[in-house]
Every structure is written in structure tokens, then in C-alpha cells.
Design a protein around this ligand. Structure first.
Ligand code: UD1
Ligand code: MG
Length: 458
């Protein structure tokens, strides 16, 4: 089989984004555009990926890491000049080279595979991926000759009125015979309105040499979107969102209102889970089967087991084990593990803590830097006082203990199994197994007090 290579163009600043962040690093559904591109290129299957970096080189390298080799384009003199920077790495190779832009995050591996197959079937030296656009403004136009064969590509800024009226656009994705690509690139000139070395000019150069040059028009223009500004970024995110939601629904997830549900690209959800409107599920979150993710919940980089119920709550970098539930209006902050069948009710915040199975934390409680055992009842208004103004300290509470309402546990403090903490206590000393900790002033009743009040008050 022929060797396959890919060149990903990612050196541009992206002036039209008006951003400090380099264009290809802008995210679409939680993933940098260039990562989406590499994902699809890898799935389509190539032997070597070379990414052209320039602006933001270090940040692009950090994100793609060992998934790609890199060449530096010091000055951004155009897409043709960008590909030419790969000559030292690829110039001598024999095979097929896919060139793709880092700002087309919607292209799929299926389309790339079809493009590669089409190119190989036709024994072409170059094949450009095109699409029909209702509004082609801004894209390069594919100009065909009278036999309908592709002749050249003309950029928006260089197009005559007649050329600009063409609706077949260049997606910025091509497949080349590697040797022919680099030979033709050395002939590309910058005598155009933008003074840039255009990669699409390679098409005309090869055509004029009577080489086989093909255009493969794909059906779905949605995939072709090149993101050059924030409007296109939002469009890309919307299309990607629909695609992601559809995939989950096909896998057996109920999404009550797909238009108002935001799930990022790497999220995994088990079947028979129900997702209500206005939910955001982000990062590397994994959700099990038969869960209910209620309206207005936000879950980020977390693991949710099976049969978990989340109601209008936020969960970050934490785990909720099978059968647990939370909400409404509670917040699980990073490094927390909410055990099996644990109940977290409303207005509860948990941070950097573990809560073992069957424990109940019903209302208005803060649990920070603590380890709670099994089957504990945490009363309303309990505060784990973890911070002394300088350092954080941990607290532990043993199995089957009962914490009454409005208890403060001043860390570091340990409460053993089967202990009882009296309501309203401020616990500063360890409580042994089976004991009751009570730390509050005794109540005194003043008899006849009502009669002592001045007449206006009784
Ligand atoms: C390009 C194509 C256009 C096509 C469109 C599809 C050219 C000249 N035009 O236009 O025909 O319809 O994509 O989206 O190729 N880049 C570099 N170095 C450079 C310049 C660009 O690496 O010197 C990178 C950018 O980071 C970007 C990609 O190449 O990822 C495309 O560049 P961009 O400026 O977005 O080109 P378009 O104007 O969109
Ligand atoms: Mg572009």
C-alpha cells in the first residue's frame, strides 16, 4: 500500500478572530480546532502527520504533543509557503500527501477517506476537496473548464465577478502525489492581491503540465466550514453540538431538548440515561447507564456511575458512585468521591472529600477536606471548618455516626465510628467510638420573664 502523509496547516494568527489566542487553538465543543482535525486525520489513517506551526507554536505543540511532527513557518507568507516548510521532513518521501487546514474542525474521517480513495482510484497527482456553498463568500472558488474538469482555484480577493459567482468552493483540503506537490510548490508565485504564496495555485500548475487533477465534491457543505471569525466559530460549535447529541441519541441516550443541551466532544454517556434541557457536560466526563441529569446541571471532567440522579447541580473533577444523588443547587468541587447511594441534598458544597456509601447530607452543609464513613447522617447546617486562615486541615468521621444540626467540626479532628455529635456543638477534640460529643453552653430558663417586661411589650 502507498505511504500516506498529512500536512496540517496551523501557523496563521487568525487576524479575523480578533483574539490573543491563536486561531487553531480556539475550541469547538471543548476541543481545540486543530485537535479535531488531527483526530479525523488519525482515524482516516496516515503514516506520518506534520503540523506547520508559527504563531503560538509552543501552545500548538503542547496540545498535540507526540501526535504530530512539527515544522516552523517563521513568517506567514501564505498556505503554499506553509506546506513548503515541510520539505525537509517529507520532500524525499514517495506516497500520497493529505493537506488540511487547522481551521476546518468539522471535516470527518469518512470524508477524508473518500477523498483519498477517489484520488487513488483516478491515479491523480492532485485532488481538491470541494463543496457547493449557498453563500461562497470568502472561500476560494473552483473554476472548471468546458469539459467540467477543474482548471484552477481563485481566491475571493482575486476573483472576477464571474468567478465570484461560482458556488463550488475549495474546502482547503487536498490530496497530492507527494513528489509532484513539492515540485509544484517551488513554482508558486505571490503575484496576487494578498501578495501570498497560495497553495491552491498548485492545482493550476499541475493542470498546465497536463497531469491528472481532480476535484471531489462532497455532499455536505456543513463539514467544509473554515473558521476565520467568531461567527463561523459559533456556527461550527452549533453543527458539532448537533453531531455529538445525535451520536448519543443513536447510542440510546434520551436528550429531551437537543437544541439546548451542550455536550463536549470527548464525553461518554451510557444508555437509558436521560438528559434534561440546559445541561452542560464537559471535558472528559463519563456518565453511566440509567442516570438522570436534571435541568441546569453542569458536569465537568467527572465520573458518574450508573443510576445517579443529578438535579440542577455542578460537579467538577469528582466522582459520583452508583445510585448516589445530588441537588437541587449543590456543588461538588474537585477531588471528591461521593459513594454508593449517598444522598446530597440542596445547598451543599463538598470539596476534596470522600463520602462512603449510604451517608446522607441533606441540606445547607459545607464539607471540605474530610473523609466521611458509611451510613452517617449529616444534619442541616453542618460546617467542616477546614481552614485556619493559613493552612487547610482534614477531618474524619467514622461509620454510622450521627451529626446533629448546626455542628462545626474544627479541623484537624477525628470522630470515631458510632459517635453522636449534639446539635449546635463546635467540636474541637476527637470523639471516641460510641461517645457523644457535646460542646455548647447549657440552656437556662428564666422563670417569669414575661411578667418583667414593660407593659408595651407584653
Ligand atoms: C483558504 C484557501 C481557500 C479555501 C479556504 C477554506 C488559500 C490561499 N486559500 O483560505 O481557497 O477556500 O482556506 O477554508 O489557501 N496558514 C499557515 N500559514 C500561512 C497562512 C495560513 O499555516 O502563511 C494556515 C492557517 O493557520 C489556517 C490555514 O492555513 O489554518 C488556512 O489559512 P486561512 O488564512 O484561514 O485561509 P483562508 O482565507 O480561509
Ligand atoms: Mg480559513
Amino acid at each position: 500500500m502507498t505511504n500516506r502523509f498529512a500536512v496540517v496547516l496551523a501557523a496563521g494568527q487568525g487576524t479575523r478572530m480578533k483574539s490573543k489566542l491563536y486561531k487553531v487553538l480556539h475550541q469547538v465543543c471543548g476541543k481545540a480546532m486543530v485537535e479535531h482535525v488531527i483526530d479525523q486525520v488519525e482515524t482516516a489513517g496516515v503514516d506520518k502527520v506534520v503540523t506547520v506551526v508559527g504563531h503560538g507554536a509552543d501552545s500548538v505543540k503542547e496540545i498535540l504533543d507526540v501526535r504530530s511532527e512539527y515544522v516552523l513557518q517563521e513568517e506567514q507568507l501564505g498556505t503554499g509557503h506553509a506546506v513548503l516548510q515541510a520539505v525537509d521532513v517529507l520532500g524525499k518521501e514517495v506516497g500520497t500527501t493529505l493537506v488540511i487546514c487547522g481551521d476546518t474542525p468539522l471535516l470527518t474521517a469518512e470524508t477524508l477517506s473518500s477523498l483519498l480513495a477517489y484520488h487513488e482510484q483516478h491515479d491523480a497527482k492532485a485532488t481538491v476537496l470541494t463543496a457547493h456553498a449557498d453563500n461562497p463568500f470568502g472561500y476560494g472558488r473552483v473554476i472548471r473548464n468546458t469539459e467540467k474538469h477543474v482548471k484552477k482555484i481563485v481566491e475571493q480577493k482575486d476573483a472576477s465577478t464571474e468567478e465570484a459567482s461560482v458556488q463550488e468552493i475549495n474546502t482547503g483540503t487536498y490530496v497530492f502525489d507527494n513528489q509532484f506537490l513539492f515540485e509544484a510548490l517551488s513554482l508558486v508565485k505571490n503575484d496576487n492581491v494578498q501578495g501570498e504564496y497560495y497553495l491552491p495555485d498548485v492545482i493550476e500548475i499541475l493542470k498546465n503540465k497536463n497531469e491528472i487533477v481532480m476535484a471531489y465534491q462532497m455532499e455536505n457543505m456543513d463539514e467544509a466550514l473554515g473558521v476565520n471569525d467568531r461567527i463561523a466559530l459559533a456556527e461550527a460549535a452549533n453543527t458539532m453540538k448537533k453531531r455529538i447529541n445525535k451520536k448519543h441519541m443513536q447510542n440510546g441516550v434520551t436528550i429531551l431538548d437537543p437544541a439546548n443541551t451542550y455536550i463536549e466532544a470527548d464525553v461518554i454517556i451510557g444508555s437509558d440515561t436521560i438528559v434534561e434541557p440546559n445541561v452542560m457536560i464537559k471535558g472528559k466526563t463519563i456518565i453511566g447507564e440509567e442516570c438522570m441529569i436534571g435541568s441546569s446541571s453542569v458536569i465537568c471532567d467527572s465520573k458518574i456511575g450508573n443510576g445517579v440522579r443529578v438535579t440542577s447541580s455542578h460537579i467538577e473533577q469528582s466522582e459520583m458512585v452508583d445510585g448516589s444523588n445530588i441537588g437541587p443547587n449543590s456543588h461538588i468541587r474537585p477531588n471528591s468521591i461521593i459513594g454508593e447511594n449517598v444522598h446530597i441534598g440542596n445547598y451543599v458544597e463538598v470539596k476534596n472529600s470522600t463520602i462512603a456509601k449510604d451517608t446522607r447530607v441533606g441540606h445547607l452543609t459545607y464539607i471540605g477536606d474530610a473523609d466521611l464513613g458509611e451510613n452517617i447522617n449529616v444534619g442541616c447546617g453542618t460546617v467542616f471548618v477546614n481552614y485556619d486562615g493559613k493552612n487547610k486541615h482534614r477531618t474524619s468521621v467514622g461509620d454510622n455516626s450521627f451529626i446533629g444540626c448546626n455542628v462545626n467540626l474544627v479541623a484537624p479532628v477525628n470522630v470515631a465510628n458510632n459517635a453522636f455529635l449534639a446539635a449546635g456543638s463546635t467540636i474541637t477534640k476527637n470523639v471516641p467510638e460510641g461517645a457523644m460529643g457535646i460542646a455548647r453552653s447549657r440552656q437556662e430558663n428564666k422563670d417569669g420573664y414575661w411578667k418583667k417586661l414593660p407593659p408595651s411589650q407584653n
